[in-house]
Design a binder for this molecule. Structure first.
Ligand SMILES: [Zn+2]
Ligand SMILES: [Zn+2]
Length: 326
């Protein structure tokens, strides 16, 4: 499925098979997760997208062929391809172990073709082996929702009372990790979204309510997954002194101005950008140990537009994934 221009539906198109270059592998895609970032790219809210583009950065597939010098995997190995597709290895960020901020990074399904298709090519250094206990469809959401969610959770600090704004794919995984760590989860959803609130309670949230409500007690930290800027002052209001508010999305509507008093008391607002390969290794080994219950709604590849629209309107329970091959 190909995006040829922003705000246009994806089109099914036959493309010539790509050839893996040096250090690259050709992957037969089995499933690909649908992420909110895909919507931001499709809507033209992020600059620098390669066009035409095959979206998708939660790719689960099997190695089909290896390019020159690629020897990390063997043919038929099951692998996962995440958002971070390539980094330069030379800039100050890369050298400091912060490759998520690399000046020249290339991202899967954004500046490199991704997984909304039968085959894809990836740089083998950025590909992740997947824990065996997860079926293909359950493993896909780990690759962005889980991984970026995990990076957000680490950034939120060790506090016990964790708020999560927006209870979609990332939240449903992070809530389980936080519960496993012994924390209390407070879930905030769109007002009136009873389904998401009861889903959050099923996954162990001690409280679930509308994002316009105050939690029953002050929080130690909050993570915002919904792309809604007005949630930043709302979350600051909900956290106690010294608390951190982490913005987990790549795009957000404007943040309204707010009184300094909300930030006072050593509260912190920060964002999370991308992932490092180390995040991937850490999170996937944690996912193998816990284990996580990934709730997915799956769609055939040809219905990618419908999956995106359902995600846009908040009508997905857990994560959406595209079934590419059986
Ligand atoms: Zn770099
Ligand atoms: Zn994503």
């Amino acid at each position: 499925m190909v995006l040829s221009a922003p705000r246009r539906p994806l089109e099914l198109r036959d493309l010539p098979s790509p050839t893996p270059g040096p250090g690259e592998i050709l992957i037969a895609v089995k499933v690909c997760g649908v992420c909110r970032t895909d919507l931001h790219v499709a809507d033209g809210e992020l600059a620098d997208a390669k066009l035409p583009l095959i979206l998708g950065h939660e790719i689960v597939g099997r190695v089909a062929a290896r390019g020159p010098g690629a020897n990390r995997f063997t043919v038929n190995d099951r692998v996962g391809v995440p958002w971070l597709g390539w980094t330069c290895g030379e800039c100050g960020y890369c050298r400091a172990g912060r490759e998520n901020l690399c000046e020249r990074a290339r991202f899967t399904g954004y500046q490199r073709d991704g997984g909304y298709g039968e085959i894809t090519v990836a740089d083998e250094r950025f590909v992740l082996p997947l824990p065996a206990g997860y079926a293909d469809a359950a493993a896909a959401p780990l690759l962005c929702a889980g991984l970026i969610g995990y990076r957000c959770l680490v950034a939120a600090g060790d506090g016990n009372r964790l708020g999560i704004y927006g209870f979609g794919a990332a939240a449903h995984i992070v809530a389980q990790v936080a519960r496993w760590q012994g924390r209390q989860v407070f879930a905030f959803t769109r007002p009136g979204d009873e389904a998401a609130q009861s889903f959050a309670r099923e996954l162990g949230a001690v409280w679930a309510g509308a994002s316009t409500e105050a939690p029953p007690e002050p929080l130690d930290a909050a993570i915002i997954f919904a792309p809604v800027g007005s949630l930043v002052p709302a979350a600051l209001r909900a956290v106690a002194k010294g608390g951190t508010v982490v913005c987990g999305g790549i795009h957000m509507s404007d943040i309204p101005s707010f009184r300094y008093e909300l930030l006072w008391g050593e509260r912190t607002v920060r964002s999370i950008a991308n992932l490092t390969r180390r995040d991937g290794e850490e999170f996937l080994s944690l996912a193998a140990r816990i284990p996580l219950r990934c709730e997915v709604e799956s769609f055939p590849l040809a219905r990618a537009n419908e999956a995106l629209e359902r995600l846009r309107s908040g009508r997905i329970r857990g994560a959406a994934v595209l079934r590419v091959a059986d």
